[in-house]
Ligand binder design. Structure first.
Ligand SMILES: [Zn+2]
Length: 1023
């Protein structure tokens, strides 16, 4: 269950405007078909060559002769090549040894002995993805890149990291855990626990859903490795020793326990040669003994109870119980059975037509399904979980009864044929949709099954399984019902787990930590004390020295493509509505989007926009009630959704576009059906079902409340920015802490009729051809058909056309195609009198860690300094803030970035510090102003920025930046040239001009635990 990611740091850094999707001809798939079984290549033997036409790839399976390492290559004409290596890591305690090891192998290796080569490679490469995961029973290291030289560079670093890491004791203290003086330089300050993973896991277990999911797995599979926390239980982490860690590495990170996966259009031979030469040739075969034995079946069901901390943002404070029943299923290496059970799980719980949705969600016993609900194939034996969160204590018995009853009902009545068809249609769409991270999706998809020696190639043959599934259904109409009987009704291996809040939960946790700390301190000798102090100083000194990273391979700025490939789009109007057409190889899919501004919407209704968006496609429309509508959407489309959009102008910080964004996709044959659904939504949405609205409101409020603990830094950034630009102010209202609190209030209302009455009013202002523009991505051969359908759709909704006055007086029009002087335009709102002001806000929340942000108002996208600020954010993050906030401060992460709305933002997450991190932000600015960086630092920052700017864009999303932001390819190219041109002088200059104290207006926000200092400081607004 536990999976975590470092990539969030990379993703946060930049706004991605454009990518390059190159095709190198269509030969990779065919080339790979030339390999033959038994062929020997660079120490490997080919075991199997299989064409997988469903996924347009050729799978080549190999084994390494000397060590038995397993290898799978997916040859596909996709330039976004991927590598991953995974080890079966099956810990038998909760010290987090696989997780801490995952961190430490990335801290330096024999060939690359500099500190933290992993982070350093982020800016010496054009990688599209770099990461490391610790799952329950394996640890995986994947990367992807579009550049062949970069692939080799990264492969060298990854191989050396996992097979020949330094595993220094110093890194163990930094990344794992240590006892240290609160102020390392002051031996009289108290001793505390520190360490990156220690804090990270405290952060993870501040999330009640994580606590529940962890217990559920531990208790359902108590026999072996699944009974412990692979990520580490914070206090158990402090039992781990450096020696144990090294031993775990020696036994688990061995080729005989490894599975390699490569994907893309680069030649396989080259990969094999490099892996053999740089790693595998130095090993001999071992018996890793890491297999997970099958869990023995219980002869009777079990029940258990756990506690969590109360959620102050819960929609109803008296309803905070979770209850689920979890069933142990079959072995995931039986791929067809697992496929069937996964489908069965969807039929049972997905959407308003599923039996459990009807029985549990609509009966309103809880706010939503528990996030553990559904099929889980991440353990050797799969499981299925059903149950609710947000329940009253008194309803628990009733809910248990309903779960049992619903299973009986399913066995009795089965599923409607149309629902099964809808599900199979969804699989067809998933196969056709071209994603940019296909390699990554594949490696995640096969990881668990392969980890237990299942056949990964079998797993790729999706159509084959669909046909076999259809055949089973045809031969036995009760096929699925019999499965339900067997796996649920008659299954004695099931666990009923409840969770309730305990007022003293955090207090008890803190007490337990204090006890453990005191116990450790009590056992320290005089020599230990001296040692701790000296180690603390040594670590600090080590962290403070600038390290020579020249041993690492690197791309050069000259390796970056100087120009972007242009994406031609065509602009037209249909029934007076501007439409952008973008021809792309979409594989028979059609993508339709629309933007509708809400400039005429009365101010008091604005805060309801997110609620409107989340319910509008789920209340029914035209002749369809909400159940039929949901069915229709599943059966005919790849999804239809609506979301709020606030888009900053590229020239003026006090100008923005406000609207809602409609997105949808379908197979070309279903286009008329999809547009019929949109027409019905525009012309006759249903707003009469208060019960249905209540269900949806509760689910939204719960989802928002749950989201804060893992995206706290986003909430902190949004809040810090609110008083700086009108765009940011509106973004806070629609997607920040204000919105979370608003939804909580709505969810608490006993009568929702007043809310229900607002929805048709909002609809009249939004679903109006007058406010709309559309975008279509489709294959060239389908385009004229699509254009015809768009035209008739716009004809169908013409009656909604009504010119309404904007509420704010100043509307500024921006042409959609400035070069062609097109009349079609976007209508932006100008607030020339907006006064940015300083504001510091502190939200006290039930978390053990902080999320800290500071934002500064700077310049918009088109300004000459914008590019310098982008490079500045990247350089400051990697060369200064990472060291201060993560390495020294012990936070999970932190950095700075330039945002499209002209705001320069600093942030930290899962951070034990609050105001100290604010000082680190300031320190970053001073560091730049003092010019303490090199040309190499600037070049690395450029590589890092470009790897985000040039991230691949899927055919479905090409041209969208132009459609939404009005940023043309010429503007992108100009921005690109400015990025290339940034110099050291520019960086010092912008750091002083925009980020120096008192230069520009800034805002600050902290989300975190009880904090005396902030509470007493009158300059802070406490929420
Ligand atoms: Zn981690």
């Amino acid at each position: 269950m536990f999976r975590h990611s470092k990539s969030i740091i990379t993703k946060l850094r930049n706004l991605s405007f454009q990518g390059s999707w190159r095709s190198r001809g269509s030969s990779a798939v065919e080339r790979a078909l030339q390999f033959t079984e038994g062929q020997r290549i660079h120490g490997f033997t080919v075991k199997e060559v299989t064409a997988v036409p469903d996924l347009f790839l050729t799978a080549v399976k190999l084994t390494h002769d000397a060590t038995g390492a397993q290898y799978l290559h997916g040859a596909r004409d996709d330039s976004n090549n991927l590598f991953s290596v995974q080890f079966r890591t099956t810990p038998m305690d909760s010290t987090g040894v696989p997780h801490i090891l995952e961190h430490i192998v990335l801290c330096g290796s024999q060939r690359f002995p500099c500190r933290d080569p992993f982070f350093k490679m982020l800016n010496r490469s054009l990688s599209t993805f770099m990461n490391a995961f610790t799952a329950s029973d394996y640890t995986m290291y994947p990367f992807s890149t579009q550049n062949a030289k970069d692939f080799q560079n990264l492969l060298s670093v990854y191989l050396d990291a996992v097979f020949f890491p330094c595993l220094r004791e110093l890194d163990f203290w930094q990344e794992g855990w240590r006892l240290e003086h609160e102020t390392p330089t002051d031996p009289s300050s108290r001793l505390v626990f520190k360490g990156v993973v220690f804090n990270e896991m405290k952060g993870v277990f501040s999330d009640n859903e994580q606590i529940y999911a962890q217990h559920l797995q531990n208790k359902l599979l108590p026999d072996h490795t699944y009974s412990v926390v692979s990520g580490g239980e914070p206090l158990a982490i402090t039992d781990l020793t450096w020696i144990q860690l090294k031993h775990f590495h020696a036994t688990h990170y061995h080729p005989s326990n490894a599975r390699f996966f490569t994907y893309g259009d680069l030649p396989l031979e080259q990969h094999l040669k490099q892996i053999e030469e740089e790693a595998l040739s130095k090993f001999e075969r071992t018996e890793p003994n890491t297999a997970v034995p099958p869990q023995t079946q219980w002869d009777k069901p079990r029940a258990d109870h756990v506690t969590c901390s109360p959620d102050t943002l819960a929609p109803d404070p008296t309803k905070q119980n979770t209850l689920c029943v979890s069933y142990l299923l079959g072995d995931i290496t039986d791929t067809f059975e697992a496929f069937t059970l996964n489908l069965l799980s969807s039929l049972m719980i997905s959407g308003p037509n599923s039996p459990f949705y009807k029985a549990l969600i609509e009966a309103k016993f809880g706010s939503d399904f528990s996030s553990s609900v559904g099929f889980d194939g991440s353990t050797r034996r799969a499981s299925f979980t059903i149950g609710l969160q947000g329940m009253a204590q008194d309803d628990i018995e009733q809910v248990k009864h309903i779960i049992a009853q619903t299973i009986d009902d399913i066995i009795e009545t089965g599923f409607e044929e149309e629902r099964i068809e809808a599900l199979l249609h969804k699989i067809e769409i998933q196969i056709k949709h071209q994603s940019t991270s296909f390699g990554l999706a594949l490696t995640s998809y096969i990881a668990s099954c392969w980890n237990h020696d299942g056949d990964p190639v079998q797993l790729l043959k999706i159509s084959e399984r669909v046909s076999r599934f259809r055949k089973c259904l045809k031969e036995n109409p009760r096929y699925l019902q019999e499965k339900v009987q067997h796996y649920f009704k008659d299954n004695t291996h099931r666990l009923t787990l409840s969770m309730s809040p305990d007022e003293r939960f955090l207090e008890k946790q803190a007490e337990a930590e204090e006890q453990k700390l005191q116990w450790k301190i009590k056992n320290l000798t005089e020599v230990d004390h001296k040692d701790i102090y000296e180690k603390g100083l040594q670590l600090l000194a080590d962290q403070s020295t600038t390290q020579d990273a020249s041993c690492l391979p690197a791309l050069k700025v000259s390796d970056i493509e100087p120009t972007i490939p242009y994406t031609p789009v065509q602009l037209d109007t249909s029934g007076g509505v501007p439409v952008q057409y973008c021809e792309q190889p979409t594989n028979g899919m059609v993508y339709f989007r629309a933007m509708c501004n809400f400039n005429s919407l009365p101010e008091d209704l604005k805060i309801y926009i997110p609620l409107f968006c989340s319910v509008i496609t789920k209340l029914g429309c035209g002749k369809l009630n909400y159940r039929q509508q949901a069915q229709r959407i599943e059966l005919k489309t790849g999804g239809m959704s609506v979301s709020p959009q606030v888009i900053p102008d590229i020239d003026d910080l006090d100008l923005y576009e406000q609207g809602i964004f409609l997105t949808s996709s379908c197979l070309e044959r279903n286009l008329p059906d999809m547009f019929q659904l949109w027409s019905d939504l525009f012309n006759s949405p249903h707003f009469n079902n208060e019960e249905r609205l209540r269900v949806l409101v509760l689910m939204s409020a719960q989802e928002l409340s749950n989201g804060i603990s893992y995206s706290g830094h986003m909430y902190a950034m949004t809040r810090a920015a609110r008083s700086l630009t009108p765009t940011a102010d509106l973004q806070e209202m629609l997607g920040g802490m204000d919105q979370v609190k608003f939804m909580k209030r709505i969810a608490e209302l006993t009568d929702l009729t007043s809310v229900l009455r607002k929805l048709p009013r909002i609809k009249r202002h939004l679903f109006n051809p007058e406010t709309m523009r559309c975008a279509v991505n489709a294959s060239p051969q389908n385009m004229s058909h699509v254009a015809g359908e768009v035209e008739s759709f716009i004809g169908n909704i013409a009656a909604n056309r009504k010119e309404r006055k904007p509420v704010r007086p100043t509307v500024v029009e921006r042409s959609l195609d400035p070069q062609a002087g097109s009349a079609a335009s976007r209508k932006l709102i100008s607030e020339p009198h907006f006064k940015p002001c300083q504001m510091k806000t502190y939200f006290q929340l039930p978390f053990p860690v902080n999320f800290v942000s500071e934002c500064v108002r700077t310049v918009p996208f088109s300004h000459a300094d914008y590019a310098s600020l982008c490079i500045l954010g990247s350089m400051m993050t990697d060369k200064f803030l990472h060291g201060e906030i993560r390495e020294k401060g012990g936070a999970y992460g932190g950095g700075a970035r330039m945002g499209g709305g002209g705001l320069f933002s600093f942030y930290s997450f899962s951070d034990p510090n609050s105001t100290k991190t604010l000082s680190a932000f300031r320190g970053g600015v001073e560091w730049v102003r003092a010019g303490k960086f090199t040309q190499q630092d600037i070049d690395e920052a450029k590589l890092s920025v470009f790897s985000a700017v040039d991230a691949p864009v899927a055919p479905s999303d090409k041209g969208l930046g132009h459609f939404l932001n009005g940023i043309t390819d010429e503007m992108k190219q100009r921005h690109r040239e400015r990025l290339f041109a940034v110099t050291d002088k520019n960086l010092i200059d912008v750091a002083g001009r925009y980020l120096g104290i008192g230069q520009q207006t800034c805002g600050v926000a902290i989300l975190g635990p009880e904090n005396e200092t902030l509470r007493k400081d009158p300059s802070w607004v406490v929420k």
